[in-house]
Design a protein around this ligand. Structure first.
Ligand code: APR
Length: 216
């Protein structure tokens, strides 16, 4: 399997896999940036397929499950995850927007799932950017508390909740970048697992823009 990796420290790079058609675990499109030895990666795939320490979910405030990535995570993870969410809901009444709760990962290739509740997009003037950033920050905090090194995120709020991709992607990337560049940080690798080409391209554009605009 031959990987071509065009990589320069501190800059975005693209990995091409020449053998991708024969090894479907190797993504066609993967872009990553090295931030002082910590990796921020973008790839296009189904988040339930990637083995990490913690997977983030785009959940709802009732932690009731749904479609999209939430449905995929519950389908692949099995009923143990919802059983834990039921207990959290009984205890706390759910999860507020901008926050997240942790469960184990059932049958998924991970130790934890962090269920984050993103904002429903209205017009961007109702606290949506702050709440969206808070989802990523809360998940990263849950990761630190659990000694999680590798974590994956979907594009929170940009599906059913209607957040415009071009606005959401830089917020997500900035929140992760701020975390990875802290002096003390357990998390070593953050992968955005983006389900479709449109979403991946929006994140790639945002990452290139951030790098060009001052991520040194
Ligand atoms: N892996 C990765 N990403 C996925 C997957 C998957 N298997 N399935 C869907 N996605 C992507 C969508 O394409 C979108 O880019 O996740 C992103 C977020 O979309 P939604 O899942 O609709 O999440 P969100 O917009 O935050 O809406 C949350 O939807 O499913 C319900 O219970 C959930 O009510 C909550 C709401």
């Amino acid at each position: 399997m031959l990987l071509l990796l065009a990589k320069k420290k501190g800059t975005a790079s693209t990995i091409f896999s020449l053998s991708a058609p024969f090894f479907d675990v190797i993504p066609y499109h993967c872009m990553q940036i090295d931030l002082n030895g910590k990796i921020l990666r973008l790839m296009q795939d189904d988040i339930t397929r990637l083995a990490v320490d913690a997977i983030c979910n785009a959940a709802n405030a009732m932690l009731a499950g749904g479609g999209g990535v939430d449905g995929a995570i519950h389908n692949a993870g099995g009923p143990a995850i919802m059983a834990e969410l039921n207990a959290i809901r009984t205890r706390d009444g759910g999860c507020s927007t901008g926050s997240a709760v942790a469960t184990t990962a059932g049958l998924l290739p991970a130790r934890f799932v962090f269920h984050a509740v993103g904002p429903v997009y209205n017009d961007g003037q109702h606290g949506e950017p702050r709440l969206l950033a808070s989802c990523y920050r809360t998940c990263l905090q849950l990761a630190e508390e659990r000694m999680v090194k590798r974590i994956s995120f979907p594009s929170i709020s940009t599906g059913v909740y209607g957040y415009p991709l071009a606005d959401a992607a830089p917020i997500a990337l900035q929140a992760v970048r701020d975390h990875l560049t802290q002096e003390r940080c357990v998390v070593e690798e953050v992968t955005f697992v983006l389900f479709d080409e449109r979403t991946r391209l929006a994140y790639e554009r945002a990452l290139r823009g951030e790098v060009a605009g001052g991520w040194k």
